[in-house]
Design a protein around this ligand. Structure first.
Ligand SMILES: [Zn+2]
Length: 153
């Protein structure tokens, strides 16, 4: 009977697991950049946000996350999922500890309010890149941030 009553669009558990595995993998790549720039104290993991369609956000170990960004959703794949994971991590740091990250080693962050800068992550030639929030130039591919490209803590 449960099969008959299952609403259209219901996602069976295996699809959720596969989706969450992709989100965890994407957040793990962003974590490398946090570690490389001295922000490794912020241990990010993927967690389900509320709402429908459900989205996944980067969260701190205590479960706090910022739901104001787009987050990661099921239809995203590959590099675009990684861009959204990067954006989710950056947005969360802005909102919860009020840190701008990553910050360009050359130009610094946006001179005004931290929320007014360029989008920190974007898809460039099908690759997820960090961008300078001050001028918008590419900093480094997501997962390859270094102390030369971004300011360290
Ligand atoms: Zn710059």
């Amino acid at each position: 009977m449960a099969e008959v009553l299952r609403p259209i669009g219901f996602d069976p558990a295996p699809a959720n697991e596969e989706f969450m595995a992709r989100c965890h993998a994407a957040v793990d790549i962003v974590q490398r950049d946090l570690d490389a720039t001295g922000y490794g104290r912020y241990q990010m993991r993927a967690c389900f946000g509320g709402g429908w369609p459900s989205s996944v956000h980067a969260a701190l170990p205590d479960g706090s996350y910022w739901g104001g960004s787009e987050g990661m959703s099921r239809e995203m794949e590959g590099s675009w999922l990684l861009v959204c994971a990067a954006d989710s991590v950056s947005s969360m740091l802005k909102e919860i500890p009020e840190i701008e990250w990553p910050v360009c080693a050359v130009h610094g962050g946006h001179p005004g309010h931290i929320w007014h800068g360029e989008d920190p992550a974007d898809l460039i030639k099908k690759v997820a890149w960090w961008r300078c929030t001050n001028t918008g130039h590419p900093l480094a591919p997501v997962g390859q941030l270094t102390a030369e490209s971004a300011r360290t803590l």
